[in-house]
Design a protein around this ligand. Structure first.
Ligand code: S3P
Length: 443
């Protein structure tokens, strides 16, 4: 797990970025592919799995609860599932490291098994609210003993058979939706999640792919009703994980803001619940081209070519937020060198990610010379009109991989190098990030 001592790194303009790169597998899909494979009966095979610390934490937890998970010489992951209902009591606390997705989804799985598990994590994860999953899972009959404020370390005692629930999401969160659905897998009857604001739908797609009886209906108000029939039997699958659009956003924004650049990222997941970042960059005038569009494992995929572009500020509609929720840090970087004003709102959720991303991005961007107003639920950014920012500051990444990567990208359009105080958290989601940037700079 992430225990490395802080590793600072500096980022500066070294000329245009060129080349063709592949980003690692989608983090959300990687977590789900391990969990569902571990609950199928028999052997599943996963290629393109993200081998970042967060996903490895999920793999370790599923092993600790009885699944056999191995990586073969070709980089393929082989999972021997225990069947829904077959999870075993873990002998030790489950160390989730920095991973909120692992924690919240696994809490759902444990909730409907007759086992007990303790979840622990790093300093960042231990600050994050778990009440949002404790609330619905308590309704199923699971018991929780959490640290003050509903935080880690926390203990879950599952109930089997659990009670099926009908739950309306009070916050737009794919993690909460998925935790309830995963608890529903081993629960008799129908578990229903009512989702007023659509969020990433990888759980729904993958549950259907594994043969679960799941239906999604959108009512006249645009509200999604997701119904899962419990005591499911999952069939083992062969899964190909597409590249993570959240990771692709970094080289794409780097190319857009660095004069003379043209970068192609291949095999990027294009699920519409994830691609708000590309739509908003295009609305700012970004030159993005999509090619080789195809479907991989039930998910749309494309290659994306980004060319340096003159960007213009926009008002980001708050309803786009869930489809680019993890991309706001790097989007703020793009807005900082655009022409004119960019406004964002409805982003309260950014304050409870791996860090308070509104506060850290506002502080860091201001320190490198950007014009930022921090509001309670968003940032207002007056861009430099394409001029490089001053740079020259040291940025605190606060155990947040996306803060570290966003300022690494910002470093490509500054007059004086930016130092990020600790880039080691990047290994949670994008272990090849620095090598990729170096490759694009030297091509
Ligand atoms: C994720 C959902 C999002 C996202 C996170 C991954 C998922 O979190 O920020 O990185 O895989 O379900 P929320 O559910 O808290 O919005």
């Amino acid at each position: 797990m992430h225990s490395a001592s802080p590793r600072p790194a500096s980022f500066a303009f070294h000329g245009p970025l060129h080349g063709l790169v592949k980003v690692p597998g989608d983090k959300s899909i990687s977590h789900r592919s391990l969990m569902l494979s571990a609950l199928a009966i028999g052997q599943s095979r996963i290629s393109g799995l993200l081998e970042g610390e967060d996903v490895l934490a999920t793999a370790a937890a599923m092993r600790a609860m009885g699944a056999r998970i191995e990586r073969n010489g070709d980089g393929e992951w082989i999972v021997h599932g225990v069947g829904v209902g077959g999870l075993l009591q873990p002998a030790n606390a489950l160390d989730m490291g920095n991973s909120g997705t692992s924690t919240r989804l696994l809490m759902g799985l444990v909730a409907s098994h007759a086992i007990q598990a303790t979840f622990i994590g790093d300093a960042s994860l231990s600050q994050r609210p778990m009440g949002r999953v404790i609330d619905p899972l308590s309704l199923t009959g699971a018991e929780f003993n959490a640290s003050p404020g509903g935080r880690l370390p926390l203990m879950v005692r599952g109930l089997c058979p659990a009670v099926p629930i009908r739950y309306r999401l009070p916050v737009a969160s794919a993690q909460v939706k998925s935790a309830v659905l995963l608890a529903g897998l081993n629960t008799p009857g129908i578990t229903e999640v009512i989702e007023p604001v659509p969020t990433r739908d990888h759980s729904e797609r993958m549950l259907a792919g594994f043969g679960a009886d799941i239906s999604v209906e959108t009512d006249a108000q645009g509200v999604r009703h997701i119904r899962l029939v419990g005591e499911a039997e999952l069939q083992p699958q062969q899964i190909e994980v597409p590249g993570d659009p959240s990771s692709a956003a970094f080289p794409i924004v780097a190319a857009l803001i660095t004069p003379g650049s043209e970068v192609t990222v291949t095999h990027v997941g294009m699920n519409p619940t994830r691609t708000g970042i590309f739509r908003m960059l295009e609305a700012m005038g970004a030159n993005l081209r999509y090619s080789n569009e195809r479907t991989v494992g039930g998910e749309p995929v494309a290659d994306i070519t980004a060319r340096h572009s003159a960007l213009t500020g926009i008002a980001v509609p708050p309803d786009v937020a869930p489809s680019m929720i993890d991309e706001f840090p790097v989007f703020f970087v793009a807005a900082s060198t655009a022409q004119g004003r960019t406004t964002t709102s409805g982003l309260d959720e950014l304050r409870v990610k791996e860090s308070d991303r509104l506060a850290l991005m506002a502080t860091g961007l201001t320190a490198i010379g950007a014009q930022i107003e921090e509001r309670e639920d968003g940032l207002v950014i007056d861009g430099s009109g394409g001029e490089p920012l001053a740079g020259g500051a040291t940025i605190t990444s606060a155990l947040d991989h996306r803060i570290a990567m966003s300022f690494a990208v910002a470093g490509h359009n500054v007059r004086h190098a930016i130092t990020v105080d600790d880039v080691s958290p990047i290994a949670t989601s994008f272990p090849t990030f620095e090598a990729m940037l170096a490759e694009l700079a030297n091509a």
